[in-house]
Design a protein around this ligand. Structure first.
Ligand code: PRP
Length: 181
């Protein structure tokens, strides 16, 4: 596949991602034998990962989606998020796996995890495809992590810059001139 003109280089190829997603799916399938986890995708970045991961999970599971937004740039650092779309499921007694594309500052995820904890889930685990620990502001416990990535602007496989590049099948590093101009 041809490299997108705004992408400097490929960080994770389709093949690398596919293999790692299969590994995680296998691990989850083993860990959740005899249970029926609810996979919760946080829109929109995680949809591509979610779609691939769920097909690598062999135990019965169901899925749900949540959409959140920070209140604005100034508020982002507080970690307060606004819920644009809540879960359809009652998670009381459920084994929840939150599926994310990237764990960055940790603010969004820590807010979501705290919120879900108040709803009586039997367990809550976090599965993230990418972990960017250099950017962490609050500590978040990760149960399943695909790749640790450096502090670079990554796009593709669901991840965007200004809503673009989510459709790229690989994860690439964006050319700095794209976001500095
Ligand atoms: C990304 C990602 C996480 C969050 C992680 O979403 O999907 O939800 O940021 O960042 P944090 O660890 O600093 O909180 P984004 O707000 O870009 O929305 P999107 O998924 O719709 O692209």
């Amino acid at each position: 596949m041809e490299l997108h003109r705004d992408v400097e280089r490929i960080l994770l190829s389709e093949e690398q991602i596919k293999k790692r997603v299969a590994d995680i799916g296998r691990e989850i399938s083993l860990d959740y034998q005899g249970r029926k986890p609810l996979l919760v995708s946080v829109l929109k970045g995680s949809v591509v990962f979610m779609a691939d991961l769920m097909r690598e999970i062999t135990v019965d599971c169901d899925i749900d989606f949540m959409s959140v937004s920070s209140y604005g740039k100034g508020q982002k650092t507080t970690g307060v998020v606004r819920i644009l779309k809540d879960l359809d499921h009652d998670i009381n007694g459920r084994h929840v796996i939150v599926v994310e594309d990237i764990l960055d500052s940790g603010l969004t995820l820590s807010y979501i995890l705290e919120l879900l904890k108040t709803r009586g889930a039997a367990s809550i685990r976090l599965c993230t495809l990418l972990d960017k620990p250099d950017r962490r502001k609050v500590s978040v416990a990760v149960d399943y992590s695909g790749f640790t990535v450096p502090d670079e602007f990554v796009v593709g496989y669901g991840l965007d810059y200004a809503e673009l590049y989510r459709n790229l099948p690989y994860i690439g590093v964006l050319k700095p001139e794209v976001y500095t101009k």
